[in-house]
Design a protein around this ligand. Structure first.
Ligand SMILES: Cc1cc2nc3c(=O)[nH]c(=O)nc-3n(C[C@H](O)[C@H](O)[C@H](O)COP(=O)(O)OP(=O)(O)OC[C@H]3O[C@@H](n4cnc5c(N)ncnc54)[C@H](O)[C@@H]3O)c2cc1C
Length: 438
């Protein structure tokens, strides 16, 4: 089958651009054979490849990516390595509690895998086990966070509720008036983390980058075809997240949203004084369409506050400029004490979502396996499920496999143009009351 769309991420990502440039990479050229193909070198594919190679050290794994490894969504996200996200529900019943616990087990497994890899390979990515904040600026949005705190209390998960004064003392901004500190999450520089994982793969993994897969022949052996070569193997693990439907799998089960963010230059000493010299932090909004904001270890501020249905997937410079105006607005309302600070980088990235906010995991043909669709929370979850997918593909058991296989499948979505209309209306409705959380 022909692949119906290819990644074309913009070049503006701050997390990537502040890293040292990389030299030449290996591209797919000629006809290559392998024991397993991993398509996609984000957190999912990198974890899958690492585990495949470790479980079968005499086998050859080929990872192929259209772009540089880790420079799709994995390097473009906000760097929250989450243990648990709020459920969009007011009350939770016994079934919700079990799925919440399952999600917590999956995510904490992903955190542990990342922690181990960082330790083993000395990956420098500002890994910081300080937890994450969830903040609200307006009283009408407190409820979501109160419910989240109650759910965490019910599950015995470490957290604290914070008032305006406590938030101001920790964050430096007086914008938030109520919040929850979830202590089990980790903050990281996402592009540095993803790159470090890609460059520390075991020796029996070959990484082929800047090599878009344009066609896939599924069958007893699988062949992926690029512009200048092919890879053939007895099995394939698909780790292409938002592009999974373009590979002929999970069509009408998942869709992408395009998010944009901006990153400032580092604050000066005087600006750090004006902010009150807080420790690095990250805040997620009480509102699903509110801003995610970070103060980084190198004293920059990141604002991400747009999420749109954008079937074209990629954004050009003019598209990004329009979104940057919203990032500036979000910055100015939070940091009036930093009038001179400007954004140096603006970029977009894709999240893959399903209607019922669940994830796709498993075997979709005898030799085809996939994990995708993390509803904007794929750093820890993608890592854990990539690991579990390698176990599933090799028939090797592990405790987390039962949790992964128990995930409810993504619900059906209508085809375009009905999807376009429905998604745009739904997003507009949800965005309507974002108010000061933008
Ligand atoms: C702005 C933004 C903020 C986010 N914030 C967070 C956050 O703070 N915390 C969190 O947990 N999650 C966050 N997410 C979501 C998170 O980034 C994703 O869930 C995660 O990166 C998914 O990892 P993945 O490996 O499955 O997919 P990806 O990182 O998307 O990797 C898939 C790879 O497949 C490759 N590919 C696709 N098609 C082909 C093809 N035909 N040929 C070859 N290669 C192909 C792509 O180039 C890409 O590298 C955010 C996402 C965005 C965009």
């Amino acid at each position: 089958m022909r692949v119906t769309d290819l990644p074309r991420d913009d070049t503006g990502c701050g997390w990537i651009n502040i890293l040292p440039p990389r030299g030449a990479v290996n591209r797919l050229r000629g006809d290559v054979t392998a024991d397993a193909i991993v398509l996609g070198a984000g957190f999912t594919g990198l974890a899958a490849a690492r585990r495949l190679a470790e479980l079968a050290p005499d086998k050859r794994v080929v990872v192929v990516d259209a772009q540089r490894a880790g420079e799709g969504s994995s390097g473009r996200n906000s760097g929250f390595v989450v243990d648990l996200s709020p459920l969009p529900k007011k009350t939770i019943g016994p079934a919700d509690i079990e799925s919440y616990r399952r999600m917590h087990r999956i995510n904490t497994h992903g955190i542990a895998l990342l922690r181990d890899a960082i330790g083993a390979h000395g990956i420098d990515c500002d890994w910081s086990e300080t937890g994450k904040y969830h903040g609200a600026a307006e009283e009408r949005h407190y409820d979501v966070l109160r419910t989240y705190a109650a759910h965490m209390a019910q599950l015995g998960i470490d957290h604290a509720e914070l008032d305006a004064a406590a938030l101001k003392a920790r964050l430096g901004t007086a914008h938030y008036t109520y919040g929850v500190h979830a202590r089990g999450a980790v903050m990281a520089q996402p592009a540095a983390l993803a790159r470090g994982l890609a460059l520390s793969l075991p020796g029996n993994v070959t990484l082929l980058e800047d090599s878009p897969v344009e066609a896939i022949d599924y069958g007893p052996t699988v062949r992926v075809r690029g512009r200048d070569g092919t890879v053939t193997a007895p099995m394939i693990l698909l780790a292409a997240n938002a592009f999974t439907p373009d590979l002929g799998q999970m069509r009408h089960r998942m869709m992408s949203l395009t998010l944009t963010g901006s990153l400032t230059r580092p604050l000066t000493e005087a600006e750090r004084d004006a902010l009150g010299r807080p420790e690095p932090w990250g805040v997620l909004s009480a509102h699903r369409f509110g801003a995610t904001v970070r103060y980084t270890a190198d004293h920059r501020i990141m604002v991400r506050n747009t999420a749109e249905y954008w079937p074209r997937k990629a954004m050009d410079a003019a598209d990004l400029d329009r979104r940057k105006a919203l990032h500036v607005r979000g910055f100015n309302t939070r940091f009036p004490m930093l009038p001179e600070v400007t954004f140096e980088h603006t970029w977009s990235g894709l999240v893959c979502v399903s209607r019922n906010l669940t994830t796709a995991f498993g075997r979709v043909a005898p030799n085809v396996f996939l994990a995708a669709c993390y509803n904007a929370g794929g750093v820890s979850k993608g890592t854990a499920l990539g690991d579990a997918l390698a176990h599933l593909a090799l028939g090797s058991d592990m405790p987390l496999l039962a949790d992964a296989l128990a995930l409810a499948p993504p619900a059906w979505l209508p085809p375009r143009p009905f999807l376009d209309l429905g998604a745009r209306l739904d997003l507009a409705r949800r965005r309507r009351d974002v108010g000061a959380e933008l």
